[in-house]
Design a protein around this ligand. Structure first.
Ligand code: C2E
Ligand code: CA
Ligand code: CA
Ligand code: CA
Length: 279
């Protein structure tokens, strides 16, 4: 504040320069990561609340950097989104999931559908439909084995285009869900028109479920909303038996969270599927 007079027109502070440098370094790191094949997918089981059976797995991205160690997605996805690298990374994820499933099918692993996170900017790319068709065909993966998790934020700038693309993806036969439901820009009039199968309750609501009456009200409302629109509800971030009990009482259909399993590296995911673990 003392130097504000002198610095008034100095928009580019050393602090900003530092942050920019860090971002450029991270971007370059991500580009190299793609070239050097440093990304890996972990898989987190999703469970049917009534049968206790594993009904799906969510593919979650990690970066195994030789310099930085295991980098969690929250540290690089936002940068990837801003720099458009998310398109190449998103394609890698799609490719990797299908290649992995083909391998599992070939080796007799009892596969379940795999959910893939799709960033908003990926969704606005016109050839997403072609991409999905192409990769499913190349690996001969049945579309029912793939689910796309879309965030609410994608409905914002071009809702008509979004809905159209959703219908074209629906035509392919892949399932779709709205991720982090309730945390973004909830436009319920669009929700009605989205050809999705599931609403995914964000873990911020699940975690407050047993102590915060407001979180509980929200969760109950989302489950009712899902059912009244003919959709299923899945809760993420389920960590305790107490949360599970409440979710069961409120009629939630599916669960995902540390209570059942953390996201698992591929070998462990295979083991989990082979053992047919249930709750
Ligand atoms: P998300 O899609 O909401 O995924 C759920 C996150 O919650 C994951 O974090 C998961 O590991 C974590 N989680 C699961 N169960 C529990 C639990 O019981 N307790 C707690 N505290 N956390 C739990 P992760 O793997 O670090 O991913 C963070 C976010 O990064 C994801 O949030 C998603 O938005 C993004 N992301 C991950 N993989 C991809 C990807 O392949 N593509 C894109 N575009 N985004 C991805
Ligand atoms: Ca997700
Ligand atoms: Ca998300
Ligand atoms: Ca979430």
């Amino acid at each position: 504040a003392k130097e504000s007079g002198r610095n008034r027109f100095q928009f580019f502070t050393p602090e900003m320069q530092h942050r920019l440098d860090a971002r450029v370094t991270l971007e370059q790191g991500l580009m190299r990561a793609l070239q050097r094949d440093e990304f890996v997918l972990h898989y987190q089981p999703q469970v049917n609340i009534r049968t206790g059976k594993v009904i799906g797995m969510e593919a979650l991205l990690r970066w195994e950097s030789p310099e930085l160690g295991l980098v969690p997605p929250m540290e690089f996805i936002p940068v990837a989104e801003e720099s458009n690298l998310i398109i190449a990374i998103g394609n890698w994820v799609m490719e990797k999931v299908c290649a992995t499933m083909r391998e599992w099918l070939n080796t007799g692993v009892p596969v379940v559908p795999v959910a893939i996170n799709v960033a908003a900017s990926q969704f606005s790319v016109q050839d997403l439909e072609k991409q999905v068709r192409d990769v499913l065909e190349r690996y001969r993966i049945h579309p029912h084995l793939i689910e796309l998790e879309l965030t609410e934020s994608l409905s914002m700038d071009n809702p008509e285009g979004t809905i159209e693309l959703m219908y074209r993806l629906k035509d392919i036969g892949v399932a779709m869900s709205i991720d982090d439901f309730g945390t973004g820009y909830s436009n319920l009039s669009y929700l009605k028109r989205f050809p999705v199968d599931k609403l995914k309750i964000d873990k911020s609501f699940t975690s407050g479920l047993t102590r915060d009456p407001e979180d509980r009200s929200i969760v109950t409302a989302v489950i009712r909303l899902a059912h009244s629109l003919g959709l299923r509800a899945i809760a993420e971030g389920v960590e305790t038996a107490g949360q599970l009990e409440l979710l069961a009482r409120e009629g939630c259909d599916e669960l995902q969270g540390y209570f059942f399993s953390k996201p698992l590296p591929e070998a462990k995911a295979i083991q989990f599927l082979r053992d047919g673990v249930s709750m």
